[in-house]
Write a protein that binds this ligand. Sequence first.
Ligand code: URA
Length: 180
Amino acid sequence: MDLAELSTCTRCALSQTRQRVVVGSGPATAHLMIVGEAPGQREDEGGEPFIGRSGRLLFSLVHEELGLEREECFVTNVVKCRPPANRTPRPIEIASCRPWLDEQITRCQPRVILALGNTAAKSVFDFDAGIGLTHGRIVDLGTCRGLATYHPAAALRGGPSVVDVMRDDLRVLKRLLSEK
Ligand code: URA
């Protein structure tokens, strides 16, 4: 697949309501790939992933626990276009967008993939249980390893206890990043 064509993709109906395709940001060969659910309103307008409140929390935790700047991570979403009213992406939308994510993973060859929240964890790692049971679990994807944690939006709603779990998960991820 030619990633140059992603910004004009019409593989699913989200192409009719989006303002911009949010392709991703960061170095094409980052060691850490972060995968969220789908762009929100800010991202749809700005064309970059995680530029709203969730992103601020996410990258402060990434900085504090991993010592990494946002610019050192490749950041994207399972679904590259905003679902109307920020609803959860539908299975057909996730499936339509999947080849783009697969291509990004192939090009980036990250050491570790961090999936944020249920949608990303289930889609990228094929988990059949919710994030409450699967967060922090190390996944061997063959070419790289992966780990899921809560979505930062859940932490904004859930408060300090969710943030503490995210910090614990990121500490596990830090070890994975340093092991290769
Ligand atoms: N939430 C996501 O899952 N992704 C974004 O890019 C922004 C908010």
